[in-house]
Design a binder for this molecule. Sequence first.
Ligand code: ADP
Length: 701
Amino acid sequence: MPSPVPLPTSHVPDAEARLALAESLLACDAARPCAEAVVEWLVRHTQAGVAACLVREETGDRLMCLAARGLSEAQCDALEWEPDGGGHPLAEVLAHAAPRYFPAARAPLPALGNCFAVPLGRAGVPAVGLLLIPASGTALPPEVAWVAAHMGPTLTRLLPAGRRLDAGDGLLRRIIDAVADPVLLTDLDGRPRIANARAEALLVAGTDASEGRRRAVELNRRVFSTALASGASGGASGTRRREVPLVDPAEGMDLLFELISTPVHAPDGHEVMVSVLRNVTDLGRATQALGESYRRLRATEREARSERHRLDRVLDSVADPIILSDPSGGTVMLNGPAEKLFALPLDGGKAAQRRVRSNVATFSSFLANLVDGGAAPRWRGQLSLADPATGATIPVEAVASKVLGDHGELTGIVTLFHDRTEALEKARLLERVKEVSSQLEARVQVATAELAEQNEKLRRQAIQLEQASAAKSQFLANMSHEFRTPLNAILGYTNMLLQGVSGELSPPQKRNLTRIDSNGRHLLEVINEILDITRIEAGRMPLHLSDFGIPELLQEVVAELDPIIARSKLAVSTELGARLPPVHSDRQKVKQIVLNLLSNALKFTHEGSVTVLAEYVTATSTLAISVQDTGIGIDPAYQEKIFEDFQQVDSSPTRAYGGTGLGLSICRRLATMLGGRVTLQSVPGQGSTFTLHFPRRARRA
Ligand code: ADP
């Protein structure tokens, strides 16, 4: 309840004191502070020492002491009375609305002594209360009259609320003050008629209130009036509820109230509004905080859901199966590949379901190792799973990792499976390769040993062969020599006999001796050729290098074979290149080769021509001497073979051409010694061309 308006304690001129009281009364919005201000003022400015203000309660016309000075509580109570049909001196004052002097003997309260009762009211309206003040004389002091004149209208204005307010000293007042929530009765515009202490704290400012409090109260009243006039329509009882934001005038804090207002009819027939304000500031804050938490929760949930989707997509994009389990081993999530192995197929047969169950059991026992495995953060194992679709065994490596929370507690287990089929196949193949390679190595070792043995044998055989060949060459050289000596003697004596040294020979004798001579010469030729080969092989045919001219050499060769040429019907010619330089080589060996080639040409050509050509190839600094015939030619199958020892195209006993089959073999060996070679071009039935190529300047081997 607001405290009485403080008035100056020092003496003030009447005008100033009156002005101060008038301002206080104007500022009053309740009857009690108004009454207290007046009583206080009277006591101070009339030296009365005692003053009281009584008002008439609205119902029952009971007089109540609203404010008093210089009286005890019991004295105040004694002043209050119930109307009992009239006769009470104060009732008469009220009824006549005029001040009255009471001598001490008839005073309403003996303690007052002589006193005045001054009615309070407004012109034309019944007095609502009265002032009691001791009298020093029978004339009413002007200050008291002035106060009553000012206070009367104010009290009349405030008293509809003031009368109930006055009940505050009574039971009703104590009841509504005991209510924890602000409770007030207002007119329909929100002007308070009755307010309990808590409501007054919000909506009433005493005359002595600070500027801040006054503003806060003003604001609250405006907000309250607006809220009361507006808002949702009430229920059947007309009760309306709405939220009203008010300010705590004492501390300036924002408060939120639920305003529950119910219209009621006052006994005077006016409609008034009973309002209860329930402080829901904490509830509002709690609701706001709850809403905020809820929003945060939703945002977190959205984030978690999108994170979960992202995680799902990531996991599904991984080709290897992945399972997320809870700490007790229950499956929380599977990616696509894992579902194929561990999720029961909706349309799969019994076999597929059995395989899936078997996979799940295998995985569970694997996971139990990790869960029971103490502090180990990871567990790795080789599992054998079954493909639910085909039943094929899938060897996998499973790696399970614990997922720990902020405080190290186990929140989940992530298991990744890696198919080891390919790796195992590779390992198997590698093993097989190793096995085969070691077998191969063993075989190679055996073969190498055998080869080494064979090599050793061959080496020994080569040595033996070399020795045998050397022995053979030596033997042949010796034997040739041994053959040639008696053969030369035979040929000599045969020739002498044919010359007629032993007398004239008969034609048969001559024919036989000629045969002996012919065969002897053939034998000598064979022996010479064998001797040549053995000498070449034995390295006993050295090069004798000299400078000589090709034309002269060819001339000599043709001259030596002239008898044979003459006997044949062939046109033999020599064609020399434009600029044939002199050569530095073994003249005897060149001559022997050309002689042999020309002999063969004459032997295997029956008609046509034989031409000997010689030219110098500047680019290679070599000479080429060709013997070209129009003879029988050589089958391609024999063109290489005829250069080997004892090889002839026709080697039958009935062959048409004589010879040893050693001539070309010797030619090739001699050409090689000169640093050259012998080539052949031949067409059977058309002729052959043998060519000796050799460097212009031979090099000593
Ligand atoms: P020979 O003439 O003593 O048999 P060669 O070694 O000189 O031995 O010749 C080997 C063989 O080559 C001959 O038997 C012959 O069959 C063949 N031959 C050599 N020259 C000619 C040639 N100009 N025309 C045809 N055949 C030839």
